[in-house]
Design a protein around this ligand. Structure first.
Ligand SMILES: CC(C)(COP(=O)(O)OP(=O)(O)OC[C@H]1O[C@@H](n2cnc3c(N)ncnc32)[C@H](O)[C@@H]1OP(=O)(O)O)[C@@H](O)C(=O)NCCC(=O)NCCS
Length: 173
């Protein structure tokens, strides 16, 4: 029996960021309700009301930077940063049907061209090897002294990735 072919990477030019609109939230809700994704991410999914209340806060936060991720013209996930100077965090989520196609790596690289504050941190479940790879590919470095039993801490100090055409659709903050 032949092995399943690997999913093909989405070309860099096809991974786009844009501002989040109300109609995106239903899919983001489904993504974070996926028990397999939650298991890998070490994330407890929110019930519908809590999810929409949380995203209302995320989008209203004047210090937050929030982007939807598109692969071509398809909505596939989001990237978010928040928190005070010197403790700023980044997070991202891609729908499981799109995993392992380089989308998160390309989306985070594009996001780092518009989120230029440093340092930038990410907390990652130990089992979440895919996310650790994404962070490493984007220049984040594991902070060995800051790990806990459950998660690793990654930090980015360096300059952002070269600006790409991927934020062309982004407007506003
Ligand atoms: C983590 C996540 C964003 C990755 O998205 P993605 O689009 O699949 O990521 P990419 O395709 O850009 O990169 C994934 C990398 O991990 C590797 N990978 C995936 N599963 C792996 C595993 N079990 N062991 C080792 N490497 C693995 C892939 O091969 C790829 O690396 P490569 O490019 O060197 O081959 C996605 O799985 C997700 O949204 N998960 C749920 C939410 C989450 O975990 N968010 C992050 C919280 S910190």
């Amino acid at each position: 029996m032949s092995a399943m072919p690997s999913p093909r990477p989405v070309p860099e030019r096809d991974v786009l960021l844009r501002v989040v609109v109300d109609g995106d939230l239903e899919l983001f809700f489904e993504h974070q309700a996926d028990p397999i994704a939650c298991g890998v991410a070490g994330f407890e999914s929110r019930a519908r009301d809590a999810f929409f209340a949380h995203w209302a806060k995320v989008r209203a936060n004047p210090d937050g930077l929030v982007r939807a991720v598109l692969a071509g013209d398809e909505l596939v996930g989001n990237v978010v940063s928040w928190g005070p100077e010197d403790e700023r965090l980044v997070g991202y989520w891609i729908g499981r049907e799109h995993w392992n196609r380089s989308i998160a790596t390309r989306a985070l690289a594009a996001f780092l061209a518009i989120e230029t504050r440093r340092p930038l941190f990410a907390h990652v479940a130990r089992a979440n090897v895919a996310s650790q790879r994404v962070l490493a590919k984007c220049g984040f470095v594991e902070q060995r002294g800051e790990a806990s039993a459950e998660e690793l801490v990654y930090r980015l100090d360096g300059p952002h990735e070269p600006a790409r055409a991927t934020d062309a659709l982004a407007v506003g903050r």
